[in-house]
Ligand binder design. Structure first.
Ligand code: HEM
Length: 333
């Protein structure tokens, strides 16, 4: 048995571990556990995508491949997919992607581990400087080449601006969208009747995405500075003050949203604060919606009967600044 094998095979008549053999049963399409027990696991053939493929011996000695039907959608899917989109836009050399991804994630820990986050950010800066130099010499159709050659009023953009934009983009585009996609899946999987509705009618996907961004959008706080002395709800806001706008609170304002804590893709359509407002509104919002749509469609297309795995606790969206569930354990047929 390989370590961490998500399927436990049982010997005839014996139970391997509470509930676990159910997955093997489904994978084999058999209803009798003793039949399942006669299969002997031989080798792991492949993994890394959704589920893993195992080689087993049937009672007649025939070798059969078995698709294991469990996955953690966060660790195996959402935590990678939006970053891969950004890396393609930057046209990162494939051999750099592994280390780059680690640095991009490490950069996000800066709010609670300043030393580690700052060091990752510095290394990313060094990497982007070399990449900009290289793309100036050999431009392509990627975003780094476009930025390296972009001109404003006849002048190229200063290097520190380019580097800090690229650094921000990796997290603004990757980290947020991985979180938002995970929240969308949490909302749907914990409300199976709404997941079934989306499965039956994919035109509901856009409203499911907007509801996920309202219900538990990944960015809880946005910073704002009044440019003039003003007042909001009786509170004086002097020009130049640093304001923390609680997006999470605005998105659950009971004066605006009925039963605001409930995930409900059928609620009345109203604008939410998930991408903020104003001149600094998210410039990647349309890409984010597209990525989330593609992600959900791909899961519904390729993982039939997708549902929560009852052997694991249901996903819980957590975090004070940025929100995400750590795991979404699922089964599929
Ligand atoms: C669901 C995913 C996303 C969420 C929830 C999100 C959320 C936000 C929010 C709330 C802001 C405004 C911050 C503020 O006003 O202070 C913002 C800004 C920004 N976002 Fe997104 N974002 C997402 C995806 C993306 C993507 C895919 C990209 C690019 C590929 C992106 C790029 C940016 C950039 C560059 C800014 C700064 C805009 C500016 O300061 O003018 N975002 N995002």
């Amino acid at each position: 048995m390989p370590p961490n094998c998500p399927v436990w095979f049982c010997q005839a008549g014996k139970r391997s571990s509470a509930g676990r053999e159910g997955a093997a049963l489904e994978a084999l399409g058999a209803n009798d556990p003793t039949t399942v027990g006669n299969y002997q696991l031989a080798a792991v053939l492949g993994s890394g995508g959704m589920g893993r493929v195992y080689l087993a011996h049937s009672p007649s000695g025939r070798r059969v491949a078995i698709k294991v039907i469990r996955a953690d959608l966060v660790q195996e899917f959402t935590h990678h997919y939006p970053f891969q989109i950004i890396y393609r836009q930057l046209d990162l050399p494939p051999e750099d992607v592994g280390v780059f991804h680690k640095l991009a994630i490490a950069q996000t820990v800066v709010s609670y581990d300043v030393a580690h986050g700052t060091e990752a950010s510095r290394k990313l800066g060094v990497y982007f400087k070399a990449l900009l130099d290289e793309r100036r010499r050999h431009p392509g159709n990627d975003l780094v080449s476009l930025l390296a050659q972009a001109e404003v009023d006849g002048e190229t953009l200063p290097e520190e601006i380019l580097i800090s934009f690229l650094r921000q983009l990796v997290n603004a585009g990757g980290d947020t969208t991985y979180r938002a996609t995970s929240v969308l899946l949490t909302g749907l999987l914990t409300n199976p009747e709404q997941l079934a509705a989306v499965r039956a009618d994919r035109s509901l996907i856009p409203q499911a995405i907007e509801e996920a961004l309202r219900w538990d959008g990944p960015v809880l706080i946005a910073s704002r500075t009044p440019v003039i002395d003003t007042e909001l709800c009786g509170v004086a806001l002097p020009a130049g003050a640093n304001l923390s706008v609680a997006a999470g609170s605005a998105n659950r304002d009971p004066a605006r949203f009925d039963d605001p804590d409930r995930f409900d893709i059928f609620r009345k359509k109203q604008r939410h604060f998930g991408f903020a407002f104003g001149p600094h509104v998210c410039i990647g919002q349309h890409l984010a919606r597209l990525e989330m749509t593609r992600a959900l469609n791909a899961l519904l297309d390729h993982l039939p009967n997708l549902r929560l795995d009852p052997d694991h606790p249901p996903p819980q969206v957590q975090g004070t600044m940025m929100r995400v569930p750590k795991h979404i354990h699922v089964r599929f047929d």
